[in-house]
Write a protein that binds this ligand. Sequence first.
Ligand code: 6GU
Length: 237
Amino acid sequence: MRFDIVTIFPEFFGVLDVSLLGRARRERLLELGVHDLRQWTHDRHRTVDDTPYGGGAGMVMKPEPWGEAFDALLGDGDSDALVIFTTPAGVPFTQSLARELATEQRIVFACGRYEGIDARVAEHVATRARVLEVSLGDYVLNGGEVAAMAMIEAIGRLVPGVVGNPESLVEESHEAGLLEHPSYTKPHVWRGLEVPDVLRGGNHAAVAAWRHEQALERTRRVRPDLLPDDGDVSPGL
Ligand code: 6GU
């Protein structure tokens, strides 16, 4: 899978060299192209923004550099790439959206800054490629870079081979519609705190039932919005 990112802060994406995603890139499971939007400006100040029509605070990203960026990255015919505009006004990014996006061959991220990108850019790109406007969550960031990075990590780890043990993807938070159960490792007593007995008893069915109960209790407590209204979530065993 390939990700291209268009941004005025390419240096943000240096962290994608490290950890799991860095290894996946070296193994060619993931490819990453980071592109400085300013290479598609032509004035001496490399201007990417201007004042908004209709007035108001803040600056809007000019369409021309974005148009040239997409010409360069998508070509002039129809493209198979999916283009994601990061914006707090987009559809929320979720684990199920990450799963869908992990089946794409290529995703191009357009990272907006300031008050966003001139709205004609997304409209124009939509005539040549599939376009999604996506938000990381209900809060405001200074720009889409951190959001794109979070999405790339969430999507990239679902690409086959990126996470060593695929079973570890199945049981985690948000995959079963519940938050994950608590986890423990050795030592069995630490600073007077004991690991729950059931986890050391070797009864796999009892462990599974305990974990499901814990996941349900935690979800009820901190994320009741994730539960169906009747609160009936079966372990699926
Ligand atoms: Cl994708 N961009 C910005 N600027 N703020 C956000 C966001 C994106 N998602 C949540 N807040």
